[in-house]
Unconditional design. Structure first.
Length: 189
């Protein structure tokens, strides 16, 4: 479920039934894609993979021995069709986890670019956090405005109009709302 729902976005924009739900859902999904990586999540990033028979292994730069446990169910994404999906950890070492895959061909290490995401059970539902929901809605509105009224622009620091709304200021506009949920891993630069 999106942080901002189609009904909320439709009501906020005041567009009634002018646009189909699918069009508004794309905007809600884009807002999620911008906001969710900035928030705390129970995930790690795998940089490489290998396969021996039907056992696949994902490799990490950080020690994951105390992060995961044998028998744990994780969701793997961006690791390719043989790894992606819900998997059960069958092997564990300091810097790798192993799981059953559907790939029958053995192969050595191959890099994953961009890194694969391995997500364990989450203990927070951001769709229930009003501040995060409002931030998602605000971002969705900005995305919608950039799509439909591109020349309405925002003002730069020198008060000159800018036709580009999707700048670095997009997250700065909502950072106060999401400060309690920001992940330290997202605060680089």
């Amino acid at each position: 479920m999106s942080l901002a729902t189609v009904a909320e976005l439709r009501s906020t924009l005041g567009v009634g039934t002018l646009y189909p739900d699918a069009t508004l859902q794309e905007v809600c999904d884009a807002a999620d894609a911008v906001l969710l990586p900035m928030l705390w999540a129970n995930n790690e990033y795998a940089y490489s993979q290998s396969n021996v028979g039907t056992t696949g292994t994902l490799y990490f730069k950080d020690n994951v021995l105390e992060t995961y446990y044998l028998g744990q169910t994780v969701t793997v994404s961006n690791a390719g069709v043989y790894f992606d999906g819900v998997r059960t950890i069958t092997g564990l070492s300091n810097y790798s986890i192993s799981m059953a895959t559907t790939h029958l061909v053995s192969r050595g290490h191959s890099p994953i670019n961009p890194y694969a995401t391995v997500t364990a059970e989450s203990y927070i539902d951001f769709t229930l956090d009003a501040a995060v929901q409002n931030a998602g809605l605000m971002i969705a509105v900005e995305i919608w405005q950039a799509r439909t009224a591109t020349l309405s622009g925002s003002n730069l620091a020198d008060f000159q109009p800018s036709p580009y709304r999707m700048s670095a200021q997009l997250l700065a506009k909502v950072r106060g709302l999401i400060s309690h949920a920001l992940s330290p891993n997202s605060m680089v630069g």
